[in-house]
Ligand binder design. Sequence first.
Ligand SMILES: NC(=O)c1ccc[n+]([C@@H]2O[C@H](COP(=O)([O-])OP(=O)(O)OC[C@H]3O[C@@H](n4cnc5c(N)ncnc54)[C@H](OP(=O)(O)O)[C@@H]3O)[C@@H](O)[C@H]2O)c1
Length: 332
Amino acid sequence: MKKSRWGILGTAGIARKQLIPSLQSSDMCEVVAVASRDIEKAKQFAQDTHIAHYYGSYEALLEDPSIDIIYIPLPNHLHVEYIKKAVSYGKHVLCEKPIALSVADVEELIALRNSSGLMIGEAYAMYYQPRLQEIKKLLTSGSIGEPLVGHGVFFLTNNDKDNIRNAYTVGGGALWDIGVYPIAVGRWLFGAEPVEVSCEIENDKDFNVDHFTSGLLKFPSGGRLSFSCGMKHPSHTHMSFSTQTHRIEIEKTYHSDYPHSQFFEIFTGDYPSKGKKVSFDPVDQYRLECEAFHNSIFNNEPFAGSLENSLSQTKTIVALFKAASSKKVERV
Ligand SMILES: NC(=O)c1ccc[n+]([C@@H]2O[C@H](COP(=O)([O-])OP(=O)(O)OC[C@H]3O[C@@H](n4cnc5c(N)ncnc54)[C@H](OP(=O)(O)O)[C@@H]3O)[C@@H](O)[C@H]2O)c1
């Protein structure tokens, strides 16, 4: 099988820590080049990560005819601009979350994908966790009832003034960076789109970005998902879902590489509740995501981070910001 050839825009932390090692461990994909705005930085990064080619501008990499797929881990405000450029060079694109900061931008990307015939996907690797896929099956089979209530948190500590998450001008803030995860998983596991949202935001005085945000999403069934995210808090991720008869608890929900946390717990709803632990082998969700993206291009298979999913996700986030500002319940 011919491996897909990937090029990376920027010397991002997520590329170094996750995507590059994952791509390099795959039998289906290979990383052939990296680009930086600074050629010396590109050279050093390529050396450190064992990538054969490097470029001193993003455009130079896009011009490389040997590359099939561009991975974009740039700051959020540059995602749409560089997806459009990459597509204009005939490349498929896997872009980091959040793929866009407005609904109109996602609609434009859908039109671009449809007219170009190229794949554009949003990187949400947790959709490829066997653990979450098993929970999805349980919740859609009807065997434990339908989700009534979900709750999700994503907290971390980030006081770095130079970090892109602390800069409003590049699309920073807790909701766009980490709040997106419980919302994406919640929408997926509810199997529906929210109709109404409310939200409360606390902005950081120094950085002018939201640093503590909580919201409530209401689904057509009447089911509700609440979430909180923050960047001034002890690091913690967790989700729980309750149906008419059961409760599911998911530790370190968005990661699949902690050997001690690849399980979920399922409890009956009665009292005293009976519980059991369902365990999974750790997997590299980033490798599975990249291989699924490869398969969506070359084998016409569905990709979980589709632009249709991005459109619903972005509508929800934009409605949450609107609700925080109006202090009212807003329609999605
Ligand atoms: N899926 C996940 O698990 C996950 C995890 C973390 C982050 N992310 C996403 O990945 C993206 C990158 O996050 P990160 O933390 O890895 O970022 P980062 O380490 O700060 O890297 C961003 C890169 O973008 C380039 N860049 C271009 N214009 C820039 C500007 N004006 N300011 C700063 N950097 C600029 C820089 O590369 P050059 O200087 O070399 O050009 C920089 O190395 C974000 O969209 C984030 O939401 C996803």
